[in-house]
Design a protein around this ligand. Structure first.
Ligand code: ZN
Length: 245
Protein backbone atom coordinates (compact mmCIF):
# COMPACT_ATOMS: atom_id res chain seq x y z
CA UNK A 1 0.00 0.00 0.00
CA UNK A 2 2.84 2.38 0.95
CA UNK A 3 4.59 1.45 -2.24
CA UNK A 4 1.60 2.14 -4.50
CA UNK A 5 1.02 5.52 -2.87
CA UNK A 6 4.72 6.45 -3.07
CA UNK A 7 4.95 5.33 -6.70
CA UNK A 8 2.05 7.55 -7.74
CA UNK A 9 3.50 10.56 -5.90
CA UNK A 10 6.84 10.00 -7.61
CA UNK A 11 5.17 9.90 -11.03
CA UNK A 12 3.53 13.27 -10.26
CA UNK A 13 6.78 14.75 -8.94
CA UNK A 14 8.88 13.55 -11.88
CA UNK A 15 6.29 14.93 -14.28
CA UNK A 16 6.45 18.29 -12.55
CA UNK A 17 10.25 18.27 -12.81
CA UNK A 18 10.12 17.23 -16.49
CA UNK A 19 12.06 14.00 -15.84
CA UNK A 20 11.74 10.86 -17.96
CA UNK A 21 11.23 7.58 -16.10
CA UNK A 22 14.61 6.30 -17.37
CA UNK A 23 16.50 9.33 -16.09
CA UNK A 24 18.54 9.79 -12.93
CA UNK A 25 17.05 12.41 -10.60
CA UNK A 26 19.50 14.98 -9.24
CA UNK A 27 17.76 15.58 -5.91
CA UNK A 28 19.69 18.73 -5.02
CA UNK A 29 18.65 20.36 -8.29
CA UNK A 30 15.10 19.09 -7.81
CA UNK A 31 14.92 20.74 -4.37
CA UNK A 32 16.25 23.98 -5.90
CA UNK A 33 13.71 23.89 -8.74
CA UNK A 34 10.89 23.30 -6.26
CA UNK A 35 11.91 26.30 -4.11
CA UNK A 36 13.03 24.19 -1.16
CA UNK A 37 15.90 25.44 0.96
CA UNK A 38 18.54 22.83 1.59
CA UNK A 39 20.91 23.13 4.55
CA UNK A 40 23.82 20.72 4.70
CA UNK A 41 25.82 20.34 7.89
CA UNK A 42 27.83 17.58 9.56
CA UNK A 43 25.84 16.74 12.72
CA UNK A 44 26.94 14.92 15.86
CA UNK A 45 23.58 13.20 16.02
CA UNK A 46 22.94 9.92 14.21
CA UNK A 47 19.90 11.32 12.40
CA UNK A 48 20.01 11.53 8.61
CA UNK A 49 18.06 14.73 8.13
CA UNK A 50 15.03 16.82 9.00
CA UNK A 51 12.25 18.86 7.47
CA UNK A 52 10.71 22.09 8.65
CA UNK A 53 7.67 23.68 7.04
CA UNK A 54 6.03 26.98 7.86
CA UNK A 55 3.55 28.97 5.78
CA UNK A 56 6.45 30.73 4.20
CA UNK A 57 9.40 28.36 4.04
CA UNK A 58 10.20 24.75 3.32
CA UNK A 59 13.55 23.64 4.65
CA UNK A 60 15.44 20.40 4.42
CA UNK A 61 18.38 19.66 6.69
CA UNK A 62 20.90 17.02 5.59
CA UNK A 63 23.55 15.43 7.83
CA UNK A 64 26.79 15.47 5.84
CA UNK A 65 28.55 13.25 8.37
CA UNK A 66 26.71 10.46 6.52
CA UNK A 67 27.96 9.13 3.18
CA UNK A 68 27.18 11.00 -0.03
CA UNK A 69 24.89 8.20 -1.23
CA UNK A 70 22.99 8.32 2.06
CA UNK A 71 22.72 12.12 1.75
CA UNK A 72 21.04 11.81 -1.66
CA UNK A 73 18.54 9.38 -0.17
CA UNK A 74 17.95 11.79 2.71
CA UNK A 75 17.14 14.69 0.36
CA UNK A 76 14.72 12.48 -1.58
CA UNK A 77 13.09 11.25 1.66
CA UNK A 78 12.72 14.82 3.01
CA UNK A 79 11.28 15.95 -0.35
CA UNK A 80 8.37 13.65 0.41
CA UNK A 81 7.75 15.42 3.76
CA UNK A 82 8.09 18.84 2.12
CA UNK A 83 5.89 18.18 -0.88
CA UNK A 84 3.38 15.53 0.11
CA UNK A 85 3.18 15.20 3.90
CA UNK A 86 0.31 17.66 4.33
CA UNK A 87 -0.03 18.15 8.06
CA UNK A 88 3.61 17.88 8.97
CA UNK A 89 5.37 20.90 10.51
CA UNK A 90 8.69 19.36 11.47
CA UNK A 91 10.34 15.99 11.67
CA UNK A 92 13.77 14.51 12.24
CA UNK A 93 14.42 11.33 10.27
CA UNK A 94 16.60 8.26 10.16
CA UNK A 95 16.31 7.24 6.53
CA UNK A 96 16.93 3.90 4.77
CA UNK A 97 15.24 2.08 7.66
CA UNK A 98 12.75 0.63 5.18
CA UNK A 99 10.21 -1.74 6.76
CA UNK A 100 11.45 -1.06 10.30
CA UNK A 101 10.15 2.52 10.27
CA UNK A 102 6.77 4.05 11.19
CA UNK A 103 4.06 4.36 8.53
CA UNK A 104 4.80 7.84 7.23
CA UNK A 105 8.55 7.18 7.40
CA UNK A 106 8.03 4.06 5.32
CA UNK A 107 6.11 6.04 2.70
CA UNK A 108 8.89 8.65 2.69
CA UNK A 109 11.52 5.92 2.21
CA UNK A 110 9.45 4.34 -0.57
CA UNK A 111 9.09 7.74 -2.21
CA UNK A 112 12.88 8.14 -2.12
CA UNK A 113 13.40 4.62 -3.52
CA UNK A 114 11.13 5.29 -6.50
CA UNK A 115 12.31 8.85 -7.09
CA UNK A 116 15.98 7.86 -7.11
CA UNK A 117 15.71 4.40 -8.67
CA UNK A 118 12.71 4.11 -11.02
CA UNK A 119 12.06 0.62 -12.32
CA UNK A 120 12.25 1.82 -15.95
CA UNK A 121 15.65 3.37 -15.34
CA UNK A 122 17.01 0.20 -13.69
CA UNK A 123 15.88 -2.02 -16.56
CA UNK A 124 17.12 0.50 -19.12
CA UNK A 125 20.59 0.56 -17.54
CA UNK A 126 20.68 -3.23 -17.39
CA UNK A 127 19.59 -3.50 -21.03
CA UNK A 128 22.48 -1.26 -22.00
CA UNK A 129 24.93 -3.48 -20.10
CA UNK A 130 23.85 -7.04 -20.79
CA UNK A 131 21.40 -9.41 -22.40
CA UNK A 132 18.23 -10.30 -20.54
CA UNK A 133 18.05 -13.27 -18.19
CA UNK A 134 21.71 -13.06 -17.28
CA UNK A 135 22.23 -12.98 -13.53
CA UNK A 136 23.43 -9.70 -12.05
CA UNK A 137 27.04 -9.42 -10.92
CA UNK A 138 28.66 -7.17 -8.33
CA UNK A 139 29.92 -4.99 -11.22
CA UNK A 140 26.29 -4.40 -12.28
CA UNK A 141 25.38 -3.40 -8.73
CA UNK A 142 28.27 -0.94 -8.54
CA UNK A 143 27.31 0.50 -11.93
CA UNK A 144 23.70 0.99 -10.83
CA UNK A 145 24.48 2.56 -7.45
CA UNK A 146 26.90 4.99 -9.12
CA UNK A 147 24.41 5.83 -11.88
CA UNK A 148 21.68 6.58 -9.34
CA UNK A 149 24.02 8.06 -6.69
CA UNK A 150 22.74 5.83 -3.90
CA UNK A 151 24.22 3.61 -1.17
CA UNK A 152 24.85 -0.10 -1.63
CA UNK A 153 22.17 -0.78 0.96
CA UNK A 154 19.59 1.23 -0.99
CA UNK A 155 20.32 -0.27 -4.42
CA UNK A 156 20.37 -3.82 -3.04
CA UNK A 157 17.10 -3.26 -1.21
CA UNK A 158 15.55 -2.00 -4.44
CA UNK A 159 16.91 -4.87 -6.57
CA UNK A 160 15.78 -7.43 -4.00
CA UNK A 161 12.29 -5.90 -4.16
CA UNK A 162 12.32 -6.29 -7.94
CA UNK A 163 13.53 -9.89 -7.50
CA UNK A 164 16.67 -9.14 -9.48
CA UNK A 165 18.92 -10.30 -6.65
CA UNK A 166 18.42 -12.80 -3.83
CA UNK A 167 18.52 -12.18 -0.09
CA UNK A 168 21.81 -14.07 0.01
CA UNK A 169 23.38 -11.84 -2.68
CA UNK A 170 22.09 -8.78 -0.84
CA UNK A 171 23.88 -9.88 2.34
CA UNK A 172 27.07 -10.83 0.52
CA UNK A 173 27.32 -7.58 -1.43
CA UNK A 174 26.44 -5.18 1.39
CA UNK A 175 29.84 -5.65 3.05
CA UNK A 176 33.24 -4.26 2.02
CA UNK A 177 31.47 -1.72 -0.15
CA UNK A 178 34.38 0.67 -0.63
CA UNK A 179 36.86 -2.08 -1.39
CA UNK A 180 34.54 -3.68 -3.96
CA UNK A 181 34.05 -0.37 -5.82
CA UNK A 182 37.77 0.34 -5.72
CA UNK A 183 38.61 -3.11 -7.07
CA UNK A 184 36.42 -2.31 -10.08
CA UNK A 185 38.29 0.96 -10.64
CA UNK A 186 35.38 3.16 -9.57
CA UNK A 187 35.33 6.36 -7.53
CA UNK A 188 34.63 5.83 -3.83
CA UNK A 189 33.20 9.33 -3.21
CA UNK A 190 29.67 7.97 -2.94
CA UNK A 191 30.57 5.81 0.06
CA UNK A 192 32.25 8.51 2.13
CA UNK A 193 30.92 11.41 4.23
CA UNK A 194 31.43 14.88 2.72
CA UNK A 195 31.31 16.92 5.97
CA UNK A 196 30.31 19.93 3.89
CA UNK A 197 28.42 22.95 5.27
CA UNK A 198 26.28 24.73 2.71
CA UNK A 199 22.98 26.52 2.53
CA UNK A 200 21.30 26.34 -0.86
CA UNK A 201 18.45 28.79 -0.98
CA UNK A 202 17.01 31.49 -3.18
CA UNK A 203 15.08 32.75 -0.19
CA UNK A 204 16.99 35.95 0.60
CA UNK A 205 17.11 36.72 -3.13
CA UNK A 206 13.35 36.38 -3.43
CA UNK A 207 12.71 38.59 -0.40
CA UNK A 208 14.91 41.38 -1.80
CA UNK A 209 13.25 41.08 -5.21
CA UNK A 210 9.77 41.30 -3.71
CA UNK A 211 10.76 44.36 -1.69
CA UNK A 212 12.28 46.07 -4.72
CA UNK A 213 9.22 45.41 -6.84
CA UNK A 214 7.02 46.86 -4.11
CA UNK A 215 5.29 43.50 -3.68
CA UNK A 216 5.98 43.51 0.05
CA UNK A 217 6.45 46.23 2.64
CA UNK A 218 9.60 46.89 4.59
CA UNK A 219 8.10 45.29 7.71
CA UNK A 220 7.07 42.18 5.75
CA UNK A 221 10.61 41.99 4.39
CA UNK A 222 11.93 42.00 7.95
CA UNK A 223 9.52 39.21 8.82
CA UNK A 224 10.83 37.17 5.93
CA UNK A 225 14.39 37.66 7.05
CA UNK A 226 13.34 36.53 10.52
CA UNK A 227 12.11 33.33 8.88
CA UNK A 228 15.51 32.90 7.33
CA UNK A 229 16.92 33.20 10.88
CA UNK A 230 14.55 30.40 11.79
CA UNK A 231 16.64 28.15 9.58
CA UNK A 232 19.55 28.53 11.93
CA UNK A 233 17.29 27.68 14.86
CA UNK A 234 16.18 24.53 13.09
CA UNK A 235 19.77 23.49 12.89
CA UNK A 236 20.31 24.00 16.60
CA UNK A 237 17.04 22.23 17.38
CA UNK A 238 17.79 19.31 15.13
CA UNK A 239 21.17 18.84 16.70
CA UNK A 240 19.52 18.46 20.08
CA UNK A 241 16.91 16.21 18.45
CA UNK A 242 14.10 18.06 20.19
CA UNK A 243 11.96 18.09 17.07
CA UNK A 244 11.68 14.33 16.89
CA UNK A 245 8.02 13.48 16.93
ZN1 ZN B 1 11.11 11.16 7.48
Amino acid sequence: MHEAKARQLVIDTRLKLGLQSTEHCDVDRAAGSLGITCIKRPLQSSMSGATLKTNRVKVILVNTAKTLGHQHFTVAHELFHCLHDEHLASRACMVESFERASDSEQVADMFAVHLLMPEDAIFNQLRLRKSAEVELTLADIVHLEQFFGVSRRAICWRLKGLRLITREQNERWCVDVIRSARSLGKSTALYLPTHESTLVSDYAEKAVEALEKGLITESRYEELLADAGLLEEVLGGAEEADIVD
